[in-house]
Design a protein around this ligand. Structure first.
Ligand SMILES: [Zn+2]
Length: 140
């Protein structure tokens, strides 16, 4: 069985589009940006930023790539559900509650933030389904 070593930029973009369509996120603003991570949901602007840094990705990095994209997609789903401005306030409120010591045992406004935990769980729960789908459709 031959597995492609790399996934091209256009295949990568097609995969992202398929996920966006599935989660009905067409109304979410997307911006290409030179960032270190594959993607980042900017809570301050309600924009999903996609990295232009990687022209292609290695197939062995696909799991991490999918988890990252799905993590950011979960933020976008929340932003769409509540409206991004309201979601920004909810997210910041959560950060403040942690910073001010309202949650025993939680001290990191990022890592302990429930929206971050939800997003990470969403990514880890759903990546396999997409991995199998993309494999079946011969992206790699
Ligand atoms: Zn996040």
């Amino acid at each position: 069985m031959l597995i492609k070593e790399f996934i091209s930029k256009s295949d990568k973009n097609t995969m992202i589009s398929m996920m966006f369509k599935y989660y009905r996120l067409k109304s979410i603003r997307v911006k290409e940006k030179s960032i270190e991570n594959h993607a980042h949901f900017n809570v301050d602007t309600g924009t999903l930023e996609l990295s232009t840094k990687y022209k292609q990705i290695k197939t062995i990095q696909l799991k991490d790539f999918l988890i990252t994209i799905l993590h950011e997609i979960k933020h976008a789903i929340d932003a769409k559900r509540y409206g991004w401005k309201k979601f920004k306030r909810m997210y910041e409120m959560e950060q403040n509650m942690i910073s001010q010591g309202h949650y025993p045992g939680k001290d990191d406004p990022y890592k302990d933030n429930k929206y971050e935990i939800d997003a990470e769980n969403f990514g880890r729960k759903n990546f396999k389904k997409w991995y199998m789908k993309f494999k079946k459709e011969r992206f790699f």
